[in-house]
Design a binder for this molecule. Sequence first.
Ligand code: FNR
Length: 341
Amino acid sequence: MSRELRKQDHINHALQTGQSGRHGLDQVQFVHQSLAGIGEQEIDMKVDWADRRWEAPFYINAMTGGGGQKTKEINGALAKAAGAAGIPVAVGSQMAAVKDPGQADTFAVVRRENPDGIVFGNIGMDAGVEEALRAVEMIEADALQIHLNPVQEMIMPEGDRDFTGVLERLTTICRNVDVPVIVKEVGFGISMETAALLKEAGVNAVDAGGRGGTNFAEIENLRRERPVSFLNEWGIPTSVSIVEAASQSFSLVTAAGGIRSSLDAAKSYALGAGACGMAGHMLKLVTEQGWEAAAEELGEMKKELRTIMTLLGVRNMNEWKNTKILITGETAEWLKLRGFS
Ligand code: FNR
């Protein structure tokens, strides 16, 4: 199957499987504070990172790559929504266009639709310095995401089976590209051990991409005659993954994996994320209702987040650490067993 068809399959299957919701954030609750004592006018939810300012602590996460008119349209729509909301947008894996420059326009459209916006490039764990440099240049990226997706590769019949040398390549890329490097998972989570290795490699930021949102095991299993079903349940829930990733001092740890509401986002900040990424939720909106619907949803999420911050007495993104939360169920158990409480 061609890469273009496979990417189209990913979009269709992601829309079909939806998001399972077992991200663990429902096991996190805020303790209400009747005397939070601040005013809505004091709320500042901007994120300053890598010399750029985000209007809100959200971004549209990496999705479509692989060329083709459909993916170009979706990328353009995602870029418009992100631009309207003043938040970053990541492109999907640019590996296809790095190998075949004829496909570069599928990605360049994101920069065209969002000329002054914040755009993240995206490459895979098999990429080296040359690929990284080309990906950044292709879209004048403000930062470069590198995705770790060993589970997905192992399920794909045509996927990689050899994951040696990844850390060495990451170290070299970090030393040689002049934009910040964000390492991300695609929905199986980042452990504290992985985070420590990434820190040592010189990675600037981590997207904790945990279990409980778009499930790439399920998506790839739909394409197999004999599914590797046990991998559908594999991975670190998003709630836990945020805490594990934040155990290392990166300039930014972001939450991803099933984020669909302002309350999910707020809980992720209380657990240690500085922003959160949404892929599946935004894909559904742009494909079913257009970019305006995604922009409107982001606007509503900002308003709701302002409400939550006012109620909790959180004036800015640095003050989430002062919130009082209760953690129950699998998330509490996991964190206890991993030595976090
Ligand atoms: C993705 N994701 C992804 N990630 C990445 O780093 N490179 C990529 O090319 C893709 N491709 C892709 C296609 C589609 C259709 C989807 C839905 C997702 C993964 C994405 O960025 C994110 O990590 C996961 O989807 C989990 O977040 P959500 O969807 O639960 O918000």
